[in-house]
Ligand binder design. Structure first.
Ligand code: ADP
Ligand code: MG
Length: 242
């Protein structure tokens, strides 16, 4: 059974449909890269998958939940689906451990000791075990983003969604965040990641989806899609990166 399935979904703002009949099936342990021009609907698609946006047509099946037009924000769903954005939004007055423990404690009522142990485990996963007591402003942008990833992992999500998590970082810091994501992928996390990093998509994602004007224009195994794009739109999109 797929971890995530989008069945002909439509997302419209008034008369403007920014997602226009999207079909996508993501199997457990799949790593799906989503690429495409700015405005093509990538972020909107992730927000619909996470139940942050209502859809106007179709349905989404995600880890046992069903989202349809009229489904309101699903708190239970968001406990099981992690999302990391470009801006990491750590709480500046809380240290790293406190930032990570907050959601498990408040949303899932996890006992303090268990939340603490989980915090240490997820920090180890992102390579920041030694920063457990640091405050966000003592960390680089790349480290802060890795704490944000750890914070998301602490909820033990079944699926992770990443939306251009390296866009605000300079190239050196981008590398360390991509390495963290690649390690999660290798460990079998199911993930959908919107990225501008074509080399990363090609290497780490087993599948890549190219969005164009609110539709999935082309998709396939990453190596095939990058080696032999079928549509002129995808060819011109990836051309500068070849
Ligand atoms: P991408 O992430 O690919 O850059 P987005 O999903 O952010 O694209 O946006 C897709 C389209 O939806 C854009 O044309 C954008 O202007 C429009 N859009 C996004 N959010 C809203 C909103 N809240 N109201 C109206 N239009 C929106
Ligand atoms: Mg976007």
């Amino acid at each position: 059974m797929p971890a995530v399935q989008l069945n002909n979904i439509k997302k419209c703002y008034g008369a403007l449909c920014v997602l226009d009949g999207i079909n996508l099936s993501v199997e457990p342990r799949d790593v799906v890269a989503v690429i495409g021009q700015s405005g093509s609907g990538k972020s909107t698609m992730l927000r619909c998958i996470n139940g942050l946006e209502q859809i106007q047509g179709g349905s989404i099946d995600i880890v046992g939940h069903r989202i349809e037009p009229g489904t309101h924000s699903l708190r239970s769903l968001r406990k099981e689906v992690g999302m990391v954005f470009q801006s990491y939004n750590l709480f500046p007055h809380l240290n790293v451990a406190e930032n990570i423990m907050l959601a498990p404690r408040v949303v899932k009522n996890v006992p303090k000791q268990e939340a603490w142990e989980t915090a240490q485990m997820v920090l180890k996963q992102v390579g920041l075990a030694d920063k457990v007591g640091a405050y966000p402003d003592e960390l680089s942008g790349g480290q802060q983003q890795r704490v944000a990833i750890a914070r998301s992992l602490a909820m033990k999500p079944k699926v992770m969604l990443f939306d251009e998590v390296t866009s605000a970082l300079d190239p050196q810091l981008t590398g360390e965040v991509l390495k963290t994501i690649a390690e999660l992928a290798a460990a079998g996390m199911t993930m959908i990641l919107v990225t501008h990093e074509m080399g990363f998509a090609r290497q780490v994602a087993n599948r890549t989806v190219f969005m164009y004007k609110g539709q999935i224009w082309e998709e396939g195994r990453s190596e095939d899609l990058f080696a032999a794009p079928k549509t002129p739109e995808l060819r011109s999109f990836i051309a500068p990166n070849l």
